[in-house]
Design a protein. Structure first.
Ligand SMILES: C[S@@+](CC[C@H](N)C(=O)[O-])C[C@H]1O[C@@H](n2cnc3c(N)ncnc32)[C@H](O)[C@@H]1O
Length: 345
């Protein structure tokens, strides 16, 4: 069913669920996974590919930044979660559970010990003023927390839904929020790429694609360099898209911010493509992701254009890029990151 045992366990339970319930699904669910729809289970996913794939399979799936506002207080019997990587996300879901679960309703969390499941279960029991029941299945755990009468103090979710200034780059303020990769820091690889934009002999590009844009750092850097370029920024993560839209607005960047799975619905060719590709899917490394992003860059690059990719030094990007682009130039390798220019002519 799935190579993630904790997720497989959860999916087996969801299959047999008979009461109205909610499943919070994130990047742990591969977009290729086939899961028979259960009509009593509603799904919220902060990943565009996951929400689209589940909706196509008949699930009542919504893409949002884990927005529970359509759910009434104390309306839900069960809320399911496969433990997410980011603490603010898990705490946000637990806090929402305290509001939307009925008294006696259950929060069911699957995950591994090293992912902190026991501690989360303890914290959730405090927050929901209830009891946690933890069962071990192989190397993963199933924690069921029953909501008590009077939920107690909320957990620290880093003010999950609030946009705020987290950084500066050049003369731009950067706005971001929890729920996405490195939301409150600058990625060192991306900074390396951004600094190179100032030195590369690239003629003013008319169109730029920021592929896997996050909160839009590379778009901001490109806008500082080429203020007239039309920038399309795309990501599959809802929190990233909300932040990126705000950065486009604040910096008056001419362009679009598009929710998509590796730009699969984008067709317009681009003079310059900027990418710091993901290499994790949930808690695990996924080497196919690099290939997927390079293939997309090739599809969307104008014949005379180029793509700039920055990756961790251990990622064999040169091998993968060879299958797609005629030429590649290693612009920089500082031992931590490699920066490549991929092009055809
Ligand atoms: C290493 S981060 C780079 C973020 C940003 N460009 C930066 O430089 O700070 C990779 C980004 O790819 C996004 N991503 C992961 N899988 C994706 C997919 N299938 N489609 C689009 N974006 C994806 C992640 O949400 C994340 O924002």
């Amino acid at each position: 069913m799935s190579h993630d045992n904790a997720l497989s366990l959860l999916l087996n339970i969801l299959k047999n669920e008979r009461e109205t319930s909610l499943w919070v699904a994130d990047e742990h669910i591969p977009d290729t996974l086939k899961i028979a729809a259960n009509p009593v289970v509603e799904v919220i996913s902060n990943r565009f590919d996951v929400a689209s794939s589940l909706a196509k399979q008949g699930w009542r799936a919504h893409f949002s930044d884990l927005d529970f506002s359509h759910l009434q207080d104390r309306s839900l019997t069960t809320l399911y979660l496969r433990l997410a990587k980011e603490r603010a996300v898990v705490n946000h879901v637990i806090n929402q559970a305290a509001r939307v679960l009925k008294t006696g309703g259950q929060l069911v969390i699957c995950g591994e010990k090293k992912q902190g499941i026991k501690n989360y279960a303890k914290q959730a029991a405090l927050c929901l003023a209830g009891k946690a029941n933890i069962k071990k299945r192989g190397n993963h755990y199933l924690a069921t927390i029953t909501r008590g009468q009077m939920p107690a103090a909320l957990l620290d979710d880093k003010r999950y839904s609030t946009l705020r200034i987290t950084q500066h780059y050049g003369n731009s303020e950067i706005i971001s929020k929890p729920g996405q990769f490195g939301w409150n820091k600058l990625d060192s690889g991306s900074v390396l790429l951004a600094e190179q934009l100032k030195q590369l002999p690239i003629e003013s590009p008319e169109t730029i694609l920021d592929l896997g844009c996050g909160y839009g750092f590379l778009s901001l850097a490109a806008h500082q360099q080429w203020p007239d370029a039309f920038i399309t920024a795309t990501d599959n993560n809802a929190a990233a898209l909300i932040s990126c839209r705000e950065n486009f607005k604040q910096q008056a960047i001419s362009g679009d911010v598009v929710a998509d799975n590796c730009a699969s619905n984008i067709t317009k060719k681009q003079s310059l493509i900027l990418c710091n590709p993901p290499f994790h899917q949930g808690f695990s490394l996924d080497s196919n992701l690099t290939e997927k992003f390079i293939a997309t860059a090739k599809r969307l690059c104008t014949p005379a254009g180029c793509a700039l990719f920055v990756v961790n030094a251990f990622i064999p990007l040169e091998r993968t890029a060879k299958n797609h682009f005629n030429r590649q130039q290693l612009l920089l390798n500082d031992g931590h990151f490699k920066l490549f220019r991929l092009f055809d002519v």
